[in-house]
Every structure is written in structure tokens, then in C-alpha cells.
Design a protein around this ligand. Structure first.
Ligand SMILES: [Zn+2]
Length: 69
């Protein structure tokens, strides 16, 4: 499966946060579907409107991600 990557550093690993600041590691498919890296975890309660890169300081919206070439 191909994943979207960070526009700043080019890795495909991100996290999202919930209202109490917990982090969940996710990836984003080319169809802009957010999936948890740990498939036993749920996205419920997490804010999917803001993604944080695990490799650099980038954070932003899913639409700002780049396709890995
Ligand atoms: Zn990055």
C-alpha cells in the first residue's frame, strides 16, 4: 500500500491527538484514509483534522500531504 508523506521531511509516519492530548500513530493512504499503525487501536475521539509529523515539526491538514514519488 502507498502512503502519503510529510511535505517537509518526506516520511509517512504521523500522529493525531485527542482532547486530552493522547497521541495515536497513523498513516494516510493515497485515498486520504487515515489508518492507525496499530490496527487494534481506534481513531474514535481523535482529531483527524490536524496531523503531526513524527519526523519533523510539520503539522497540518491531510490535504497538505504529498504523494511519495
Ligand atoms: Zn515531517
Amino acid at each position: 500500500m502507498k502512503f502519503m508523506v510529510c511535505p517537509q521531511c518526506g516520511i509517512a509516519n504521523f500522529y493525531v491527538k485527542n482532547s486530552i492530548g493522547e497521541r495515536l500513530n497513523v498513516k494516510v493512504t493515497r485515498e486520504f484514509v487515515i489508518i492507525p499503525v496499530d490496527k487494534s487501536k481506534s481513531l474514535e475521539g481523535f482529531n483527524l483534522n490536524e496531523l503531526f509529523c513524527l519526523g519533523c515539526s510539520w503539522h497540518g491538514k491531510i490535504n497538505d500531504l504529498k504523494k511519495f514519488l
